[in-house]
Write a protein that binds this ligand. Structure first.
Ligand SMILES: [Zn+2]
Length: 64
């Protein structure tokens, strides 16, 4: 199960409720979701940037 982290003082852009939105990692992408209305947004629009960074990390690990 993904870890949920509620955001204190955050307002849902859909239903305008306070303190009902939380962030969790959905296959590496931080996803923002409202527990009240179910509104969902992926916070990082392009995952290609994330994959490039992961490749750089792998190269760094291989080369001492
Ligand atoms: Zn909501």
């Amino acid at each position: 199960m993904p870890k949920r982290r509620f955001i204190a003082g955050a307002e849902c852009p859909s239903c305008k409720a306070l303190d009902t939105v939380f962030v969790y990692l959905d296959s590496r992408l931080p996803t923002f979701e409202c527990a009240k209305c179910g509104h969902k947004e992926v916070l990082v629009p392009s995952e290609t940037v994330d994959e490039k960074q992961a490749n750089v990390d792998v190269v760094k690990i291989i080369e001492p």
